[in-house]
Write a protein that binds this ligand. Structure first.
Ligand code: ATP
Ligand code: MG
Length: 475
């Protein structure tokens, strides 16, 4: 009760400090946005709305990127038309979202996200006891919408027709000074939505901006508020963070601010595993490098990497308890996925991929017989190979092993047969053959395709059972 009263009083002050009703109008000669970088679809969306008498502007990250001369990855539009009105103006549009209603205007593969100006404080806004906004669908005026946005550089409105830029909160100045500044009173804004703390870290790292001191100082004190955020929303934000091309910088900054614990509840465990820290940073560095050269990054690869040190620990433990190598790994995979997926709400399709990625690591150890052929034609071979490469960089897999697989996957039939024969000779010498023999004379053939398939089947069954017990997130 008292908490609510304190939050309410604090909110009154925030509202006051964020009231700016007249924007500064910045002309094209000054801002220099190149109209050729504006997506045709975003322009068409704005034009269709304006033809019907509504206001419509490109907003958010796209304007920020345009001002920095970068081609934006996606475009958001803000308008005074309600979601229903937007839908009527566009040929293919769907209304989505519960907490905030949005319209997705669909142009083939390009989707323009269209939001209606939001009111600053309305009867439709509900907050929980910690001050977090849990539902909100009240529409307002443009100046209110600007005040509701997070950072000043994210509250710039660009009209693609007149090419003018509207700035309510000195975002243009901040952008030029490479400064990330919260609109309103930072602590209140973080309380309303703790994810803003992570956004501050990500946007600053991505753009090479400094977080302004008043915006930065409450973060480490308020980090724990992230615990109240629904898991699904956190996972979305983690993925954005890890795939923004500056994952290493983000991770360092998250640590500095003490946000990483809430972000990946098990991160502390991960980095405390032998080599966990090195593995994590190496994986993030590789991710950044891949993004820099325009390669795709799959969420399953990322999660697979983050959780791998825990899998290794349990794999070793299970083997020491007497389980066979492949079974020990499978059990480790299931255990780690079960705990992490519950906490992180990792989607089911990612779980199956992560499981494959891990299981294939053990299959790489066997370079004899049919297994090798089956492995290189496995749909996840490429990702699993990249993962093994990562492990070899830390000295967990011999480099010759990695080279062998690379050569094998690229060779013709005759060379492959010769390579396998050679590997078999080697295996016999090193005692692998003895193990192979033990397996032959009883127990599951853990390296073979049938054994693997049934393992995976059991694993899928496990996930579906696990998923049924989960509750659905509210955002
Ligand atoms: P990115 O480059 O990742 O797309 P972005 O700033 O565009 O960065 P989006 O998640 O696409 O991020 O959000 C679009 C805009 O919506 C933001 O620029 C900001 O104005 C507003 N916004 C997004 N999330 C929040 C939030 N949690 N609180 C307030 N405003 C937000
Ligand atoms: Mg965006």
């Amino acid at each position: 009760m008292f908490d609510r009263f304190v939050n309410r009083v604090r909110d009154m002050f925030t509202t006051r400090s964020a009231i700016v009703k007249t924007p500064r109008v910045i002309m094209p000669e000054e801002h220099g946005i190149d109209p050729a970088l504006v997506s045709v679809e975003a322009r068409a969306t704005c034009e269709a709305l304006k033809r019907r008498g509504y206001e419509a502007y490109i907003v958010g990250g796209a304007v920020r990127d345009l001002l920095l001369g970068v081609t934006p990855k996606d475009f958001d539009v803000a308008t005074n038309a309600t979601p229903e009105q937007v839908k009527r103006c566009q040929r293919r549009a769907v209304i989505i979202g519960r907490r905030f209603q949005l319209v997705h205007v669909i142009f083939g593969r390009e989707i323009i996200e269209c939001s209606t100006f939001r009111a600053l404080e309305g009867s439709g806004q509900r907050k929980d006891a910690t001050g977090r906004v849990v539902s909100d669908n009240v529409f307002g005026e443009m100046w209110e919408d600007a005040a509701r946005r997070d950072f000043t550089v994210n509250a710039l409105y660009y009209d693609p027709q007149t090419q003018t830029l509207l700035d309510y909160h000195k975002g243009y100045e901040d952008l030029k000074a490479k400064r990330l500044r919260m609109i309103g009173e930072p602590a209140t804004r973080y309380r309303e939505d703790p994810v803003r703390m992570m956004r501050a870290v990500r946007i600053a790292a991505k753009l090479g901006f400094q977080i302004e001191p008043a915006t930065e100082s409450p973060i480490s004190k308020m980090a724990r508020l992230l615990e109240n955020v629904p898991a699904a929303r956190l996972v979305d934000e983690i993925l954005k963070l890890l795939t923004c091309g500056h994952a290493v910088a983000c991770m360092n900054k998250l640590r500095e601010e003490g946000l990483h614990r809430a972000l990946l509840p098990m991160l502390d465990v991960i980095v405390s595993e032998p080599d966990g820290e090195k593995f994590l940073m190496l994986a993030l560095k590789r991710t950044d490098e891949r993004i820099a050269v325009g390669k795709k990054i799959s969420p399953s690869f990322l999660f697979g990497t983050l959780l791998w040190p825990q899998v290794v620990k349990r794999w070793t433990y299970n083997e020491e308890k007497g389980m066979r190598r492949m079974q020990a790994l499978h059990a480790a995979c299931v255990e780690v996925l079960a705990t992490q997926c519950q906490q992180l709400n990792i989607q089911r399709r990612y779980q199956a991929d992560i499981h494959d990625l891990w299981m294939l690591q053990a299959r790489f150890e066997r370079r004899t017989g049919k297994v090798a052929y089956a492995l290189v034609s496995h749909p996840r071979y490429r990702a699993a190979y990249d993962f093994m490469l990562l492990r070899s960089l830390l000295g967990h897999v011999p480099t010759e092993h990695v080279t062998w697989w690379d050569t094998f996957s690229k060779s013709d039939e005759a060379t492959r047969a010769a390579m396998i024969a050679e590997a078999q000779r080697e295996a016999r010498q090193t005692g692998d053959a003895a193990r192979a023999h033990r397996r032959k004379s009883g127990g599951p053939k853990d390296g073979d395709e049938e054994g693997y398939r049934s393992t995976r089947h059991r694993c899928r069954h496990h996930y579906s059972r696990h998923r049924r017990q989960e509750h659905q997130p509210d955002a």
